[in-house]
Design a binder for this molecule. Structure first.
Ligand code: 5RP
Length: 228
C-alpha cells in the first residue's frame, strides 16, 4: 500500500541527487524537520544518462530511516529488469522514462500491481504526444525541464508549454511533476498550469535553511493554486 503524502498538493520534493551522500541520515532528518513530505530519489545508471548515483540498496536504507513518501525516478535503461528491486526497496512512487521503455504499458501495470504509483517521465526533446496514449495508465507524469543527468542546470524555458500540454492531455488523471532548474524564479512560470510536485535540488541543498527554502517555494506554488 502506497504511503500517503502528509500535505496537499502542490508540494516541493527535495531531489536527493544534491544531498550530502556522506551524511544521508542527517540530511533525511533535516528534510523531515524542514517539512518535506516526499523525497525524490534520482536513480542514474551511467547508461541512460551520463552519470551514476545510487540504486536499490541505498534506497532500502533510506526506507528504513523515514516514513516520507519515496518517489523513485528511474533514469536507467531496461527498468523492466530491475523493477522488482525498487519495489522491494520500498519505493512508493516509481517513474520510468518513455525513452527507455517505448511501450511502457506492461511495466506501468506491474508497478501498480505492486502497490506503488506508476509514473512516466519525458526528456525535454520528447514530444508530449509520445505519452498521450498513456492517459489512465499512469498516476504521475514527470516533465524534465533540463536534460537528465545532473543537478544545477538552468531551467529550459520551453518546459512551460510542455507542462501546460501535459496538464491539458492528462487533466486531473495524473499527478504532474516537474524536475530541473526549479526554484523561486521558475516556479511562477509553471505554477499557472497546476503543477502538483516541484522537484528541487540546488534551490534546497545550496541553502543554509532547508525549512525556509521549502516553505518559501511551497508558498509561492500555493499562491497559484485555485483552492487558495
Ligand atoms: O533529475 C535530476 C537531474 O537529472 C534532478 O532531480 C534535478 O536536476 C534536480 O536538481 P536541480 O534542482 O539542481 O536542477
Amino acid at each position: 500500500m502506497t504511503r500517503q503524502l502528509n500535505s496537499k498538493f502542490p508540494v516541493v520534493a527535495p531531489s536527493m541527487l544534491k544531498c550530502d551522500f556522506g551524511n544521508m541520515e542527517s540530511e533525511i532528518v533535516r528534510l523531515e524537520e524542514a517539512g518535506a513530505s516526499l523525497l525524490h530519489l534520482d536513480v542514474m545508471d551511467g547508461h541512460f544518462v551520463p552519470n551514476l548515483s545510487y540504486g536499490p540498496m541505498v534506497i532500502q536504507r533510506v526506507r528504513e530511516r523515514t516514513e516520507l513518501v519515496l518517489d523513485a525516478h528511474l533514469m536507467i535503461s531496461d527498468p523492466e529488469k530491475y523493477l522488482d528491486e525498487y519495489v522491494k526497496a520500498g519505493c512508493d512512487w516509481i517513474t520510468v522514462h518513455i525513452e527507455a521503455v517505448p511501450d511502457p504499458r506492461e511495466i506501468l501495470k506491474r508497478i501498480r500491481e505492486a502497490g506503488s504509483l506508476a509514473g512516466i517521465s519525458l526528456n525535454p526533446k520528447t514530444p508530449v504526444s509520445a505519452i498521450s496514449s498513456l492517459k489512465g495508465l499512469v498516476d504521475i507524469v514527470l516533465v524534465m525541464s533540463v536534460e537528465p543527468g545532473f543537478g544545477g542546470q538552468s531551467f529550459i524555458p520551453e518546459s512551460v508549454e510542455r507542462v501546460a500540454e501535459v496538464r491539458e492531455v492528462f487533466g486531473e488523471t495524473a499527478i504532474v511533476s516537474i524536475d530541473g532548474g526549479i526554484g523561486p524564479q521558475t516556479i511562477p512560470l509553471v505554477a499557472p498550469h497546476q503543477v502538483d510536485v516541484y522537484v528541487a535540488g540546488s534551490s534546497i541543498f545550496d541553502q543554509s535553511s532547508y525549512a525556509d527554502a521549502i516553505r518559501e517555494m511551497t508558498e509561492t506554488a500555493q499562491s497559484f493554486s485555485p483552492s487558495t
